[in-house]
Design a protein around this ligand. Structure first.
Ligand SMILES: [Zn+2]
Length: 366
């Protein structure tokens, strides 16, 4: 009888311990891991021509989702023009006010690169390309054939003439007329869109095989199409730096050529945050191969709400799991003596453009 009571007490105590442990494992963990320091610093502004270090500093502006302005002095490349931050099942349109306060305030880039044709990568492409100063500068845009066919839907022959289809196999893209003293080289690497769900499902994963005759208005009109990652190499009279835009990571065992060959020196890798738990080996294997000096996290803000300055959370659920991703990257690479190239992990705030051409929340890299 006594033994039975002791047994009951032992089982109860064990249950309490297990319950306590289970609760403890859900307690928030340290934002920094052993071997890393999370550094918070005052945001930088945008250097302008005439500022010291202007043509030797790589400047990265981020307008949310995968829309980045990559700039070295007077060489500029813009990726994935999407700033509207709104989702409609039908009647989805670019927001002129949001475009005006972002892409309307940046100097026309030398080129625009599109990773794939989902709405959150391309919805504002036409509005950007149709701006008067961009027409005058003849800004070219590159994306897959589906991207060009989609943009044909706006029925603007002048813009259509500046939209180019990247060859299906990828490769080096032509770059027209960078500023004197500058060069830009861009190489496209064919990839695939990772799944939106762990079961492997990808929304709107088709091709657009013919030029559209009307502007796309619903989310399913924006099929992903061909998918490309880009290596952007910029050089100015005083510096050369490169940026790899890993907008579509995929299983490297299946798509080895979706990234530059091992051993290519990479200064900056802009990497997608949301796919971390859905693509095998991502991001560890991809970072281990790229070994960039700087890692910049991307595509982690909400694109469902008007306020782009919010963490991606739908119905209170943090699908991106940014803290876990940040901790994983720190623990895997920050303290890795076998990866001496690593300098910093950047988690950017949305860049805010001023009316006079200045900006805040710009990442500067030398
Ligand atoms: Zn997508």
């Amino acid at each position: 009888m006594r033994g039975g009571r002791e047994f009951t007490i032992t089982v109860a105590a064990t249950a309490i311990l297990v319950a306590t442990f289970a609760t403890c494992t859900r307690v928030p963990r340290m934002p920094a891991v052993d071997g890393a320091v999370v550094e918070v610093r005052r945001s930088d502004g945008l250097l302008g021509s005439g500022d010291r270090g202007y043509d030797a500093t790589l400047q990265l502006s981020w307008f949310g989702t995968a829309c980045h302005l990559i700039q070295l002095g007077d060489a500029r490349v813009l990726t994935d023009p999407f700033v509207t931050n709104r989702l409609r099942l039908a009647g989805m349109r670019s927001d002129p006010a949001r475009v005006a306060e972002t892409l309307g305030r940046v100097r026309p880039p030398d080129m625009v690169l599109v990773n794939h044709s989902h709405h959150d990568h391309i919805l504002d492409a036409y509005a950007a390309m149709a701006q008067r100063s961009w027409r005058a500068r003849k800004v070219p845009l590159y994306g897959g054939r589906s991207c060009k066919n989609l943009l044909a839907g706006w029925g603007d022959a002048e813009v259509d003439g500046r939209c180019h289809a990247v060859p299906d196999a990828g490769g080096r893209l032509p770059v027209s007329r960078p500023a004197p003293g500058y060069t830009i080289k861009v190489t496209a690497y064919r990839s695939k869109h990772g799944p939106h769900l762990k079961c492997g499902f990808t929304l709107a994963d088709g091709m657009i095989t013919r030029p559209r005759r009307s502007a796309p208005r619903g989310i399913l009109a924006f099929q992903a199409g061909e998918v490309f990652n880009y290596l952007v190499e910029l050089s100015s009279p005083s510096a050369s730096l490169n940026v790899f835009c890993l907008g579509a990571p995929f299983d490297l065992d299946k798509l080895e050529d979706s990234m530059p060959p091992a051993g290519t020196p990479i200064d900056v890798a802009i990497i997608l945050a949301p796919t971390a738990d859905k693509v095998r080996g991502y991001p560890e294997e991809h970072i281990a191969r790229l070994r960039p000096r700087h890692i910049v996290l991307s595509h982690f803000n909400t694109f469902f709400r008007e306020d782009p300055d919010e963490q991606l959370a739908v119905a209170g659920i943090d699908f991106v799991k940014m803290r876990e991703l940040s901790r994983d990257l720190q623990s895997t690479f920050a303290g890795d003596a076998g990866y001496p190239e690593f300098e910093k992990l950047h988690i950017p705030a949305i860049t805010v453009m001023g009316e006079a051409g200045g900006a805040r929340n710009v990442i500067r890299i030398r």
